[in-house]
Design a protein around this ligand. Sequence first.
Ligand code: GDP
Length: 529
Amino acid sequence: MSFKKEIERRRTFGIISHPDAGKTTLTEKLLLFGGAIQEAGAVKSNKIKKGATSDFMEIERQRGISVATSVLAFEYNGTKINILDTPGHKDFAEDTFRTLTAVDSVIVVIDVAKGVEEQTEKLVEVCRMRNIPMIVFINKLDREGKDAFDLLDEIEQKLGLKVVPMSFPIGMGYDFKGIYNLWEKNVNLFSGDSRKHIEETIEISDLASEELDELVGETSANTLREEIELVEGIYPSFNKDTYLKGELQPVFFGSALNNFGVRELLDCFVEIAPRPRPKQSEERLVKPDENKFTGFVFKIHANMDPNHRDRLAFVKIVSGEFKRNTPYLHVRNGKKLKFSSPNAFFAEKKEIVDISYPGDIVGLHDTGNFKIGDTLTEGEDIHYKGIPSFSPEHFRYINNADPLKSKQLYKGIDQLMDEGVAQLFTLELNGRKVIGTVGALQYEVIQYRLEHEYGAKCSYENLAVHKACWVDPDDPKNDEYKEFLRVKQRYLAKDKQGQLVFLADSPFSLQMTQQKYPSIKFHFTSEFD
Ligand code: GDP
């Protein structure tokens, strides 16, 4: 197959949702269509159980699963589909944000009864900021839920999306009869049989036909006719270009658990979802069909076996072909590196591959060379943008609890930060180290891993910080900035890249500081223009 065809047939995406909406179930059913797995239950949930936060086994289990499900790839009707795992738990939100830099589109799963939930809002906002094309799947139609129109309204209001229903439910919950597919103009009747892999659909080219009454009963048929008329009156018609720009979001209804409405979703996805897209680097826009390989690291995973300290760096291929045993330039440190056993992912297996294409993810064994955001090329000086750090939510001092092991401690902290487990800030005043995380669970992960992988012990001390703000003065030489540096010295720190950060202790003090120093901008993310 030609290089161009290989690119065209790839679809790399992530499924995002609030925990419990049905992401794992949907992933599993999608894999069934690819014949990639034989049975349900094969995709491991990466969920953290409630109340398990102090259970180290749970942390280890979580890490193991997150390697296994990092990338799930399968073939469907000649399309190569790469699903990137996005943890739903809020303590791992940062991991998900980073993974979203490596997807070309997303599917958003929403629970029909719960509607738009907190994590969905946050994740969709990140996708919206980046204009990532999104398809919405409303799940659990076999249960009583919200009215379809109310839910579509809620999605538009809370998520700021512009929706266009591609399918519409006929009844719901106990009364759920099936789905009318506006895209294919057919009806799929619900039987509640989850073993059914292939759905039988019935063509209904004209909704007025009596056949519909025979299929779903006169009342349901009439309701559907009215509802579809309403849908066609309220919502715009689907437009692929607008969807690809991230300005229009097609919506499907179904029940992942019953494998219902999933084929419709997948068929439409394969047809409309973007193939690997060009990516902006600091230097220029890089197109997938360029001959020379480029790619970037979006995730690093430590080996679970403490005797083998190597890590797996996940690289998204942006352009060209990635070949085994070929020297590539690690742009940040200027070294040429060769990889003898790059891993590709297929369903839940990893295997060594000789060649990978744009859109694919390769897992590279790494002994400590990589950081998140690193770029690999054939020699060109390219830096990919778009993996910012977000302000953490929690802050604690980290102290060395075993003075004989300080070297191990600092090495461990350094490597865990490169993996993106948390962020390190060093106070300007006294050099004390502060760890910032998105969720409290990370502190336990760090403590446990420092001890088991690096032989170092740490303790924490609370620190009242509201937000870390990256400092961006209009003029670093003006008196206002000099005064700010002097007056706020106690609250200033450097992040791992050496950027200056203001640790605001409360929303109020942040507001006061902003008012007092109007020529300084304070950003909640580390990347700004
Ligand atoms: P995740 O946290 O988003 O990955 O959610 P899961 O896929 O683990 O699903 C959460 C729960 O919802 C599980 O108990 C599933 O069996 C259930 N579930 C998923 N899809 C459906 C569905 O279509 N109908 C019903 N009734 N339950 C579902």
